[in-house]
Ligand binder design. Structure first.
Ligand code: HEM
Length: 155
């Protein structure tokens, strides 16, 4: 029988995997494949559908990560008193990643949907370009976060 800590830890890792791995797949694989296989209208509609589905899982990850992370802090690290430096960095990077995700979800995605509804493909393409940059930066933050946790710098 796994300990409660192991259970919470597994949930935390799975949530991180879904969020960061999903961004990696979208940026590194789906984006170039869509550019080479689809024209602009089809590509924009594909991305609107992809975001609609993927962001449900990002919301799950965004909620599961702090709950399980804080749970682990209480179970193993004596609460918020003296978390290790890499956990402090994890929390800081989480806040930055959350802010970028919320920007895409609340501002840029509605903009993309409006452009698609009015068949304004140039405006949709410009919005998609901005989303691509934000998601690319968020992917870098996610990869940095996982590297920081793995390396556990002691400064
Ligand atoms: C409020 C947000 C978060 C809190 C409070 C938190 C807290 C924690 C804690 C306490 C651990 C256990 C550390 C250990 O066993 O030494 C941990 C592990 C981990 N966290 Fe987070 N975390 C948060 C967000 C994130 C995010 C956003 C990601 C990635 C997207 C992430 C990825 C990981 C990974 C990969 C580990 C495993 C580290 C290892 O065992 O080597 N965490 N987290």
């Amino acid at each position: 029988m796994p300990s409660p800590y192991a259970f919470v830890y597994a949930l935390h890792l799975l949530a991180a995997l879904v969020w960061v791995g999903g961004m990696f797949f979208a940026w590194m694989i789906l984006r170039p494949a869509a550019v080479s296989a689809l024209d602009a209208p089809a590509r924009l509609q594909l991305w609107a559908e992809v975001f609609r589905r993927f962001f449900v899982w990002v919301w799950v990850a965004v909620l599961v990560l702090p709950f399980t992370g804080v749970g682990m802090l209480h179970l193993h690290f004596g609460g918020f008193e003296h978390p290790p430096r890499y956990v402090q960095m994890m929390i800081g990077l989480y806040v930055a990643m959350l802010a970028l995700f919320l920007r895409v979800q609340t501002l840029q995605l509605p903009e993309l949907r409006r452009a698609i509804a009015s068949q304004d493909w140039p405006a949709g393409g410009a919005t998609l370009g901005r989303i691509r940059r934000v998601v690319g930066f968020n992917l870098l933050l996610g990869l940095l976060l996982v590297s920081v946790v793995a390396i556990r710098p002691s400064f």
